[in-house]
Design a binder for this molecule. Structure first.
Ligand code: DC
Length: 218
């Protein structure tokens, strides 16, 4: 079974998708983490993504894998654990530009499809219901008011030891959403048959329950 959960930044996708995957006991995949891992690699190695042959080499060599360790999802890039490194402000501010590159998307979508097809998946991202799995069994599109989303990110950043003003965060999130929605190739979009859920007015348990009820028809 494939459950696609899409939506803009900080709309509650990760928390919801993780909860749904635990209850239904099917794997969970955070596709944003994959684009973040590539972005981290590009920045760290000062890769010129405009150079097609260099980019091809990078994509041929890159190995991204997920491991569940002590109940936590860890992401490895070429054998190195990068779970925290992909959440920094530097990565966040470059990820929209880098994830808009067509060849990067083609490579990531291929990997996402092969992971999803193996054992089924609760997959979260921006283009899962539209491009990666247009025939997903269930599609959801999460939204929330910009201030609610910025407050969530503020909390995430505090856990990483970073501080930022709410206003700046709201601007950054809006900018990222705009770039993600306006790119030429597979932009952030709600699939026609996706069910929209406003997480700004719901608790995490309620968000999860709406999806579980739909999926199990109970
Ligand atoms: O979900 P996130 O905020 O960690 O995602 C980081 C970025 O990755 C997001 O700004 C756009 C990109 N992304 C994408 O283009 N397609 C996806 N399926 C998932 C994320």
């Amino acid at each position: 079974m494939i459950i696609a959960i899409d939506g803009p930044a900080a709309s509650g996708k990760s928390t919801t998708a993780k909860g749904v995957s635990q209850i239904l006991d099917i794997p969970y995949l955070d596709t944003g983490a994959m684009y973040r891992a590539i972005t981290y690699f590009v920045l760290e190695n000062k890769i010129d993504i405009e150079d097609a042959s260099v980019l091809k080499q990078v994509l041929d060599d890159i190995k991204i894998r997920f491991e569940s360790e002590n109940g936590k999802n860890e992401i490895y890039l070429k054998g190195k654990k990068v779970t925290s490194l992909i959440r920094t402000t530097a990565v966040t501010s470059h990820v929209s530009r880098i994830s808009a590159v067509k060849d990067i998307r083609i490579s990531m979508v291929k990997l996402q499809r092969s992971i999803g097809e193996e054992n089924g998946c609760v997959m979260e991202g921006r283009d899962i219901g539209t491009v990666v799995f247009p025939h997903a069994d269930f599609k959801f599109f999460l939204i929330a008011d910009i201030e609610v989303r910025a407050k969530r990110r503020l909390k995430d950043l505090a856990e990483l030891g970073e501080t930022k003003s709410l206003e700046i965060l709201m601007e950054e999130i809006e900018k990222r959403d705009k770039m993600d929605s306006s790119r030429d190739y597979s932009p952030l979009a709600k699939a026609d048959n996706a069910i929209e859920i406003d997480t700004g007015v719901l608790s995490i348990d309620e968000q999860i329950e709406i999806i579980i009820k739909r999926v199990t028809n109970k």
